[in-house]
Ligand binder design. Sequence first.
Ligand SMILES: [Zn+2]
Length: 309
Amino acid sequence: MNKLLHIFTFSPVQGFISNSRRLSDLYHSSLLLSTLTENLIKVIKDLNTEIIYPVLVEDGQGLANYPNRIVFLADKCICEDVIKNFQELWEGVYETVLRKVLDEVGISKEEKEKIEEQAKLHLENYFRAYCECTNSEEVKKWKEKLKQNLGKDYDDYAVAYDWTERKLGALKSKKHYEPLMDAYTYNGKEYPDGCTLCGERAHLAVDWKKLIENLQKQDRIKYIKHYLKEGERLCGVCLVKRFAFYCLKRQTFPSVHDIANAKFKEELKDFEQRHKDRASELKSLLQQYMGEEKPRDHLWEYNAELFDI
Ligand SMILES: [Zn+2]
């Protein structure tokens, strides 16, 4: 085996996914991790390598199926390049999401810069990437050792994989201590509490009540209004997770209520076409009940449970 076997991995994965409160958080965190792997495979492929695992599926239809591990062969050690590429991909993800979200929430330029700075503190070192490779000299030595101890002749690929995996395991078992010096304040000198989603970091130092109100006022972004609920205050990592659809370039995650009531909403659509007058009467009642300035364009834009009243 002349080429060097490489194994790349990154973490945390379980923690990133399980720190979720809503179905959309679970879906987005899982899809985000899978997309990071998918995009990294594409980058590695261009570095004159041979990917062994996982197999890239063209037009994968958004399934979050890629693991946090890539095994490939290269002519020389490219571990450092791969780690750098992964960091750049992750940086691209969170910078896109932060830019898009902070542009929409109607806060001042200074405040935006401060939050961006704090969010990056949470995000920059969130994922830790590892890559290890094994050269032919190491394969030879480990092969002899295995033969001595187990009395069996293993093939080069198995020996290289075993040795690389062991080196990777040793690297991953080192626990790095990286304190977050998060001293950001808001509304004068108020220190933020913990993030309501993960509880691991402080929430971003901004008046979330005002931010959510601003978000709800903006008509042009009504499709993401349901992404932040009253009382939610997120850290940088959880904010990126909640709004990950901005960089995944896929459809926004529909409200769970809408999915559950899809059939009813279909019928409402039908009703609206057949009974235009009754529909506008209903819309005007719902508008009064909701305290909105004008009725919405269609009946099905209202939450289905409102029709219970
Ligand atoms: Zn959080």
